[in-house]
Structures are given as structure tokens and as C-alpha cells.
Design a protein around this ligand. Structure first.
Ligand code: DOR
Ligand code: ZN
Ligand code: ZN
Length: 430
């Protein structure tokens, strides 16, 4: 097939490293058939799927089951995260690494054990009292186990003990505003966890990755560790770059997410750290809930929103607005995430050939993000009505067009598993 790319920019196939497709689990919110179409529609050729499914990806058996489960529904390629749940799966870390996980996730911010995953989706402040969080000794030994494999140890960095304390304070004064939500999980909740993680990682030589950083203090702690030469990385998400507390009045509860979107000073610092390279990449934290679930008192509703389809259009709009260069898009959404997760150059590089991944974008094309046009099962977005300048117009996975001019062209089942080993194999052949 000859593709006329006149007037378009040709990018490597874009990657979203942080997607919760709820599959298997509460698939009434989302499933991989839907999320992988949303990815294709948004110019994403590879999804890295989070492991907090029900059951979670915690051992080789659940890994294999997940590959089988997602393969039949996949419109784009995918890699799998593995979960760390302390002693419950310590013995499974090395085998999971061998099987090909692209990283290990530890939910430092949640008191989550394998059998309590179901509860997590109905998470409410106070639940931490029922399920005790891991203590630092348990975190250290999890990190040690992952360090032995050389794989990435990625943390949701929010300190449960502090969350409990701050939540009690806010409850005592019966706060219900967005500021109360931030105050129940202030910058300190993130910073103390990032700092503990860094201290442990320095001791163990761990490749520590801080997920979805939301605060100036959090990202600056990572910058300091990087400057001291440690292999510590950090990502952020569009909601921390394009929203701040000021947006709550017009966006409403849809923008509730953990960690919460913070203040303008944080937003400003995160942009600086995207530009100076401290932040390796931007990913969506696609975490759908139903509209009914998201419609309610700020305290009672679940955290998370859709994002896999809006990730690239939002960042392309930042190119239009002269906040980023088009080369930054290739860096932030392809090269760096692929390198971090060991799937470069199979993914994330601009390859010549008819079996490569490409995302074609039209920077001249303007539009508006419309919630009803999203391909996800849930339409919960913080960006309904957001003006877009620059959109992906074609998504090509291993030479096959899976999206053209907004329409899904591919078939469920085309997408394949990608692992660090498959990437090494391809590199050796070429
Ligand atoms: O807001 C969030 N939602 N943050 C997380 O870390 C988990 C996610 C989810 O799975 O709903
Ligand atoms: Zn998280
Ligand atoms: Zn997440």
C-alpha cells in the first residue's frame, strides 16, 4: 500500500505505557476490545497494560491467561505489567520477569493485596483502616526482589499513613471542595513516598520509576537523584499538565484522580520538567469508571478517567501552542517509553519497512474533543469540548492500518504481545 503523507508528520508508532483496561475484572467500566480501539483512534500503536485486574497479573499463570484474554480483543500491540504484592508473590517476581513483563508495579498508595483487588474499585477514604498498607520493610524486600531481575520497579507514590491522617483532618471539618480533596492527599503525601523510594533504590541499585507524578516536590526529588547519577525515572500524565485545581469548577468530578490534580505551581513545574528531560515520558493513566459512578459527591466517587484516546491529541495541541516541538512527541510518546520498558527498537523507533509501526499526524487539523465520540466503553473525560489542533490521522501497527481518519479499520485479534525478549530478538535479526 502506498500512503500519501503529504502535509502530515510521520512519527514512530506511539506508546501509552499506563492503561487500566479493567479486563479481566469490572469490564462493565471498560474492556480491552474497547480500550484498544480507543488507542488506535488516538494514534497509539502499543498499550502497556496495568496489572491491577481481577485477578491481577501476579504470577506466570495469570500472565499467560492475560495474554490469551487480551490477544483476542487487541486492535493494537500490547505489553504487560506485573504486580508486586509483597510476600503474596515474592516467589513469582523472577518467573514473571523471565516471562516478559515490561515492569513491576507497586501500589504504594493503596493497601492492596491480591484478594482485595475487587475492593479497590470501590475504594473509599477509610478503607486503609480495614486493609493495612505494606510497611517499609515489606516495600524494601519487594524492591530487592525486583532489583535482582534488573527490571523496573514502578510505584504509585502516595503514602497511606499520611493519607489517613490528612483525611481525618478534612473529615473533621467536613470539607467537600476540590481543595479538600487535594488537602487529604497533599504534595507531602507524594514527596515523602518518592523520597523513601529513592532512598531505598539508591541502597539497592534499583531502576526505580515514579508513576504519574503530580507535584513540583515529587518531580524535583527525582531530578536531584538523577543529577546524582541514579537510574531513577518519572512519568506524568496529561491531567497534571493540562488541568489544575482551577479547572474543577467547570470540569467537575470527572477530574477526580489519584494522585489528585494539584495547583498551578505544580502544573508549571511539571511542564518545565517535561521540557528539560527529567520526566521521561507522558502516559494517560487511562482508568475508566462509568458515568453513573463518577456522578456524585467528590468523596464517594472513584478516582480515574479515560485517557488513552486523548493522550496524543492533547500533546499535539501543545505543539501547536508552541509548548512542545514535534520531535518532543516522538521522544515523549515513543522513544523514551520504549527504551525504559526494554522494547526499543522493536517499538518506539522510526523504522523503515513495510512491517513497522507509524503514527501519522496532521498538525493543521483542528477539532474539538467530544466525549460522545470517544471509543472507550465509558465516556468519562476531563476534556469534553477541549479545542484540539493537531490530531493523529492514521495508526499503523506492523504495516497494517488500524485507524484511518478517525475510523477503526483493524480487527480485534490483530494485536500481539510485545516483550523485552521479542524486541531483542528483532534487533538481532535486523
Ligand atoms: O485514579 C486512579 N485510578 N489512580 C490509580 O492509581 C488507580 C486508578 C484505577 O485503577 O482506577
Ligand atoms: Zn497509580
Ligand atoms: Zn494508574
Amino acid at each position: 500500500e502506498v500512503i500519501d503523507a503529504k502535509g502530515l508528520h510521520v512519527l514512530p508508532g506511539l506508546i501509552d505505557t499506563h492503561v487500566h483496561s479493567r479486563d479481566p475484572g469490572p469490564t462493565y467500566k471498560e474492556d480491552f476490545y474497547y480500550s484498544s480501539q480507543a488507542a488506535a483512534a488516538g494514534g497509539i500503536t502499543t498499550i502497556l497494560e496495568m496489572p491491577n485486574t481481577t485477578p491481577p497479573v501476579s504470577d506466570v499463570e495469570s500472565f499467560d491467561n492475560q495474554v490469551a484474554n487480551l490477544s483476542g480483543k487487541a486492535h493494537v500491540d500490547f505489553g504487560l505489567w506485573g504486580i508486586c504484592v509483597g510476600d503474596l508473590n515474592k516467589k513469582d517476581i523472577a518467573p514473571l520477569h523471565e516471562r516478559g513483563v515490561i515492569g513491576f508495579k507497586f501500589f504504594w498508595g493503596y493497601a492492596v493485596h491480591a484478594k482485595t483487588f475487587q475492593l479497590m474499585y470501590n475504594y473509599k477514604p477509610g478503607m486503609e483502616d480495614v486493609i493495612p498498607p505494606f510497611d517499609d520493610g515489606e516495600v524494601y524486600s519487594m524492591m530487592k526482589e525486583v532489583s535482582k531481575t534488573g527490571n523496573l520497579f514502578a510505584v504509585h507514590a502516595e503514602n497511606n499513613h499520611l493519607i489517613q491522617a490528612f483525611t481525618r483532618e478534612v473529615e473533621a471539618r467536613q470539607g467537600t471542595s476540590y481543595d479538600d480533596l487535594i488537602q487529604s492527599r497533599p504534595e507531602l503525601v507524594e514527596v515523602t513516598t518518592v523520597q523513601s523510594g529513592i532512598a531505598m533504590a539508591k541502597d539497592l541499585g534499583t531502576r526505580l520509576h515514579i508513576l504519574h507524578v503530580s507535584s513540583a516536590g515529587g518531580v524535583d526529588a527525582v531530578k536531584e537523584a538523577q543529577e546524582a547519577g541514579y537510574p531513577i525515572t518519572v512519568e506524568t500524565c496529561p491531567h497534571y499538565l493540562f488541568l489544575s485545581d482551577k479547572d474543577y469548577d467547570h470540569v467537575g468530578p470527572q477530574m477526580k484522580v489519584y494522585p489528585p490534580v494539584k495547583y498551578e505551581k505544580d502544573q508549571k513545574r511539571l511542564w518545565e520538567r517535561v521540557k528539560d528531560g527529567t520526566i521521561s515520558h507522558v502516559c494517560s493513566d487511562h482508568a475508566p469508571h462509568t458515568e453513573e459512578e463518577k456522578d456524585g459527591e467528590l468523596w464517594s466517587i472513584p478516582a480515574g478517567m479515560c485517557g488513552v484516546e486523548s493522550l496524543a491529541p492533547l500533546l499535539l495541541t501543545a505543539v501547536h501552542d508552541n509548548r512542545l516541538l514535534i520531535t518532543d512527541i516522538a521522544r515523549l510518546l515513543a522513544e523514551e517509553p520504549a527504551k525504559l520498558h526494554g522494547i526499543y527498537p522493536q517499538k518506539g523507533s522510526l523504522q523503515v519497512g513495510t512491517d513497522a509501526d507509524f503514527t501519522l499526524v496532521d498538525l493543521q487539523k483542528s477539532g474539538t474533543l467530544k466525549r460522545e465520540e470517544l471509543h472507550s466503553k465509558s465516556k468519562v473525560t476531563a476534556y469534553d469540548g477541549f479545542p484540539l489542533h493537531g490530531v493523529p490521522v492514521r495508526t499503523i501497527v506492523r504495516g497494517k492500518t488500524v485507524m484511518k481518519d478517525g475510523a477503526i479499520e483493524g480487527e480485534a485479534g490483530y494485536g500481539q504481545l510485545v516483550t523485552p525478549a521479542s524486541s531483542r530478538k528483532e534487533a538481532a535479526l535486523s
